[in-house]
Design a binder for this molecule. Structure first.
Ligand code: GLC
Length: 425
């Protein structure tokens, strides 16, 4: 029998289901978001396998010819969100945004495929797995061409929203170089739904909008944007996530008999493993984002600094240093893993990606720790995530100190992670 929280998690997903895709939250985010959908699929997979696959398939229905998969799909009109389709102006139908988001889909599809295997149902999903493989591989190749134009083996984000961590202090210095003088008047909608103390500031938003205008001015030519955007930051989060995603995609290719494609994916993995050292900040002894325009490290340790295990990077020197940071941070907060190091001057308990705990990042961190043979920390991260939801509810994010809610409620990916974490890691 499901516990009452498991029942509530099911209800949230079903209520936020718009028929083939799920909105992250009906008021604040009334469309389909890219990495939200991938995590949501993991939740559906615990009680409706077909619906789980459909969530990912719906996202890939809007893939552009060049392989790009947008961060938002505006399946229906809703004026509760800014910036909407006219601001992006991507000339696609359905309307979409012009930037992407962390590519977790491959890792999720591998999990869906394995779970179908455990249930003895892989035959029914084989064709769908092959179709998704090809689409995801096209997206990953798009990343290699357009988000790493210097060929370093990392992911270079051209917009803070692309990283999924909108207002992380990692972007403060690089985004300060963005010219906001021509942004003009606009009306934010997020702060009409939520307390502005929890949201990005006005100057963050001016930069977000200016970068959308920049992409639009290049008619969303991704190669040109990747090469010339005034914001080009090698993001530690997306780099680790894509490295992991390529490993899972390679595994999937072999498992479904696409041996040649598996070799092509492996070549990208090798390039990434060779280049990822670009993001190791020796002075902090941590994995950190880095501005590719100035070469400067962000100087901020965030929750994504702990995704190296998830990416399969586990050499003894780095391992020791990364775990030492985790142990230090665990002394400072009640709930792991805060989105920003509590010893950082920019740490802010409730302001979005400057402190609060996000269940989806915890999920990836915990998996990585478990796979790297650090079960005590994997279990701690898992237990803290479940406890936050038990104590506070299915919120967007949580204060790492007292578990207070930050952001929207009835949040789809938090419900999905509750369900996914019921299984032993
Ligand atoms: C916020 C988050 C982003 C997420 C979106 C929808 O913009 O920063 O990661 O995808 O909300 O939940």
């Amino acid at each position: 029998m499901p516990t009452s929280l498991t029942k509530e998690a099911h209800d949230i997903l079903l209520r936020n289901d718009r028929g083939g895709y799920t909105v992250p939250n009906s008021r604040v985010y009334p469309f389909q978001w890219n990495w939200d959908s991938a995590f949501v699929a993991l939740g559906f997979d615990t009680f409706d396998r077909n619906r789980a696959w459909k969530e990912v398939e719906t996202l890939f229905e809007v893939q552009w010819e060049d392989g790009f998969v947008p961060h938002i799909v505006f399946w229906q009109e809703d004026d509760g969100y800014f910036p909407g389709p006219p601001v992006w102006d991507t000339h696609h139908s359905p309307a979409t945004s012009g930037i992407t988001q962390p590519p977790v889909a491959a890792s999720v599809v591998r999990q869906l495929w394995e779970s179908a295997g455990l249930a003895g149902e892989q035959d029914a999903f084989r064709d769908r797995a092959v179709v998704l493989f090809h689409k995801i591989w096209k997206w990953h190749q798009w990343f290699a061409r357009n988000r790493d134009f210097e060929g370093r083996g990392v992911v270079v984000a051209v917009h803070p929203w692309e990283t999924g961590r909108d207002n992380s202090p990692e972007w403060d210095v690089p985004a300060a170089a963005v010219d906001t003088s021509k942004v003009g008047e606009y009306q934010r909608r997020d702060t009409t739904h939520l307390d502005s103390k929890m949201r990005p500031t006005k100057s963050d938003y001016d930069r977000f909008v200016a970068l959308v205008q920049f992409g639009r001015s290049l008619n969303w030519d991704h190669a040109a944007i990747g090469a010339t955007s005034p914001f080009r930051v090698a993001d530690v989060g997306m780099t680790m996530i894509l490295l992991r995603a390529n490993r899972d995609l390679c595994w999937l290719a072999k498992d479904i008999g696409l041996t040649e494609a598996a070799g092509d994916v492996q070549a990208i993995i090798d390039r990434s493993v060779a280049g990822v050292g670009y993001l190791w900040d020796e002075s902090l002894k941590a994995w950190c984002s880095r501005d590719t325009i100035t070469g400067r490290f962000s100087g901020h340790i965030t929750s994504t600094s702990f995704l190296s295990f998830y990416a399969g990077l586990d050499d003894p020197g780095h391992r020791h240093a990364v775990l030492a940071h985790l142990e230090r941070i665990a002394q400072r907060v009640e709930y792991l893993v805060p989105s920003l190091d509590p010893d950082d001057a920019d740490f802010d308990l409730l302001r979005y990606w400057r402190g609060p705990v996000w269940s989806v990042v915890n999920y990836m961190i915990a998996r990585g720790l478990a796979e790297a043979g650090v079960p005590q920390w994997a279990q701690r991260v898992r237990a803290d995530t479940l406890r936050l939801i038990e104590v506070t509810g299915f919120y967007e994010a949580f204060s790492p100190v007292d578990g207070r809610a930050s952001g929207g409620d009835n949040f789809s990916w938090t419900a999905a992670i509750w369900l996914a974490l019921q299984d032993v890691l």
